[in-house]
Design a protein around this ligand. Structure first.
Ligand code: C2G
Length: 133
């Protein structure tokens, strides 16, 4: 059983999130997703997510390509999470290239190309602009 693990906030879920999850799932037999807690997101991005952690986890749990979801409390606990779920491969978007190579002792690390021209921040901007018209 080849277990893939990936992490993210997945706020305002969009096609870039779906693409990396479906591609990560295709690399193994099951996909486990660590969803950043609201508190972690404030620490790493300086803002509270639009969707709270419960909603973000529930959306991911509903996806065909996701087998299990858990709350990611810290960026620095990757090795613990990988051990906890006995993951064989860590997959992240290439905006993180090199950032998690330290766990390569425990599992393979693959950085996949990000989906161009979509991000949670750009979605927020589009909604704001439309709202102002
Ligand atoms: N992503 C992507 N293409 C986009 C946007 C995001 O492939 N256009 C990928 C990111 O590279 C990441 C995943 O989707 O692998 C989740 O993105 P975010 O929700 O922005 O999460 P991030 O802030 O990168 O959190 O422990 C690591 C962090 O929790 C990752």
């Amino acid at each position: 059983m080849k277990t893939i693990i990936t992490f993210g906030t997945f706020d305002l879920f969009h096609i870039g999130h779906l693409n990396i999850l479906t591609r990560a799932r295709q690399l193994g037999d099951r996909l486990i997703v660590g969803v950043s807690s609201d508190a972690l997101n404030i620490r790493k991005k300086g803002r509270t997510p639009v969707y709270d952690q419960q909603d973000r986890m529930q959306i991911l749990e509903a996806l065909k390509c996701v087998d299990a979801v858990f709350l990611e409390e810290s960026l620095e606990k990757k090795a613990d999470y990988i051990q906890q779920f006995d993951a064989n491969v860590l997959v992240m978007g290439d905006d993180w290239t090199g950032r998690f190579d330290a766990v390569s002792r425990d599992c393979e690390v693959i950085y996949l190309p990000r989906t161009p021209s979509i991000s949670t921040t750009s979605v927020i901007e589009v909604v704001k602009t439309k709202g102002e018209r």
